[in-house]
Design a protein around this ligand. Sequence first.
Ligand code: TRH
Length: 394
Amino acid sequence: MVVVNTPSDSPDDRMRWDIFCKVIDNLGDIGVCWRLARQLASEHSAAVRLWVDNLDRFSNLCSAVTPQSTTQHVDSIEVCRWPALFPDIEPADIADVVIEAFGCDIPANYLTAMNQRQVAPIWINLEYLSAEDWVEECHGLASPQSHSPLKKYFYFPGFTPQTGGLLREKGLLEERAAFDEVARKEFWKTLGIPAPATEELRVSLFCYENSALRGLLNDWAAGCEPIGLVVTSGLAARRVSDWIGEPLSERGIVRRGSLTMYGIPFLSQWQYDRLLWSCDVNFVRGEDSFVRAQWAQRPFVWQIYPQAEQAHLAKLDAFLSRYLNSFPDLCGVRDCFYSWNGFGKMAESWRKFTENRQLVEQHGKVWARQLDQTGDLANNLDRFVRGNLGIPLL
Ligand code: TRH
């Protein structure tokens, strides 16, 4: 039997967590797991082992990860390759808490060892983020498993106190608040991009395939207002390059009419936060960048991950209902989100959105304060686990 190295090889009374992550398509799954792993380790004294099926993709997100290594320590996390043939593992090597991120199905032999462990581990399926009402009812529920005496708990991130909340590192809002003009200028310098001129609107772009993009670029180029568009590396840069008719390279600058486009390399998650904090408007997508845009407290436009049969529209609507609850007619936000997701007239809703940018920004601050009340996901999860294991809170 091959025994996997574990943090428990050294005498250690920290709670042990195993997080399993499959990189399905983009970087959101590993982005969320990596954030959670680091927070559990640094803020909750956890010994975390992160199993990832695609270390190449992970190394795109975190340059300290060596794709060839089977096991490595990064930021005090034990990062392990999750191989197709998972090695047999002793029950004693099973962690106290096992997280299956986004329903990724933990390996069968790992599950066998979980069943044989002297003290049953807490088994959690960390779900995708959704603002839909049903999430509150399902959050924290346990489901008995057909091939296991163990229960699996469904843990939902969310926007209300009846859910697990959102990932937010300790001190994030304070760091955001302290990020002043000087820090912003310094940040632009590190990217090799000039700080925006007074009348310029600085916008960041991170998106999926988007049928509204070309029209918006045309309007920006033909408009009177100077726009500085910071284009993230990857698909957004490729589609903007297609529109320009030549590649927008990392650190490249291309001008078309009133629109200046800046290419940038793929940023660390830390830098990406600072980009969101530095722009006047952020176009974000998926799950993690969407959440970070809310903590950034800058006006943002969200492209939701598209699903078959437009299933994502219910999620988009559910989010907008919560976000705009106290302000249902907020200056084109709803129209802008819908247009950016393929339903509506982008040019018109964008005009309304930017005309009322100050209001949207004020609303973003109130919204972030409200979200902060739900407590952050890592902390809520730690409490949930300790409650179930009967372990006192730290
Ligand atoms: O990459 P995404 O599209 O990820 C996905 C999908 O939404 C998917 O449905 C869902 O399974 C999953 O998220 C949870 O978008 P997202 O979620 O915003 O993740 C991108 C990550 O990449 C996020 O952690 C921010 C990070 N990032 C950087 O670190 N640097 C960058 O320069 C950019 C552009 C992003």
